[in-house]
Design a protein around this ligand. Structure first.
Ligand SMILES: [Zn+2]
Length: 243
């Protein structure tokens, strides 16, 4: 009897344990469902204030906007060149026969040229404003003369509509004593280039295509003016890209 009772008791205990296990499993499942619902409802409430804080933070907002604008500018480039509008006729002035420049650059450029002469350096102005029509001729005629593909030509000359020269704020320099270096990278060895590198910033001129650029070749002769608000606005994208 005692043995039977023990067996029954054991069975009962086993049965009870089974019941509890099933019940526990069920309640666990229900508990998880409940937790999921709670998270689902409360997550947006937790994330929203965080998002508002992030957007309200000036630095983070700037960072977000900066990334966004960077992406859109990336699409505007053609063969490494940014698009530029053509300067209006009334904003141009002749600085020497056949060379026009933007009126806002005129006096700074003349002063720089004169000051260089005082130091024994004679800057030659090779090319200033170029219309999109002229840039078109340069780009396509030289491309075919040199039997070059557009991407090769774009390393040394911008496609029409993408040249800083069209703005009137770009200027190509030569050295009066070393004309063989005109439009050549060897211009960097001339006294004119050395003088420009040391002094041009004082007159608000900046080298456009330095050695760090990967898509466009180094052009030691090509400088741009950034001494007016209009010029700064025009070259803002380019400067932001270079950061
Ligand atoms: Zn140039």
């Amino acid at each position: 009897m005692i043995f039977h009772f023990l067996i029954l008791g054991k069975e009962k205990i086993i049965k009870n344990t089974d019941d509890i296990e099933v019940a526990e499993r069920k309640s666990l499942k229900n508990k998880r469902k409940f937790e999921f619902k709670v998270y689902f409802l409360f997550y947006p409430l937790l994330i929203l204030p965080l998002l508002i804080l992030l957007i309200k933070d000036d630095n983070i907002a700037k960072l977000l906007l900066f990334t966004k604008s960077n992406n859109s500018e990336k699409d505007e480039r053609i063969l490494g060149h940014l698009p530029y509008k053509e300067a209006l006729n009334e904003s141009l002035i002749e600085i020497q026969p056949d060379i026009l420049v933007h009126k806002e650059m005129y006096s700074s450029l003349l002063k720089m040229k004169k000051d260089a002469e005082r130091d024994g350096v004679y800057l030659v102005l090779l090319s200033g404003f170029r219309s999109i029509k002229l840039q078109n001729q340069i780009f396509y005629s030289l491309k075919s003369i040199r039997n070059q593909e557009a991407s090769e030509r774009a390393r040394v000359s911008a496609p029409p509509g993408y040249s800083e020269h069209s703005t009137g704020f770009a200027i190509d320099f030569g050295d009066a004593y070393e004309r063989s270096t005109d439009f050549e990278q060897s211009f960097e060895n001339t006294n004119a280039f050395k003088w420009l590198k040391k002094n041009a910033a004082r007159y608000h001129f900046k080298l456009s295509f330095d050695k760090k650029q990967s898509s466009v070749d180094y052009e030691p002769w090509h400088w741009r003016y950034e001494g007016s608000i209009e010029a700064l606005k025009i070259f803002e994208s380019s400067n932001r890209k270079a950061l």
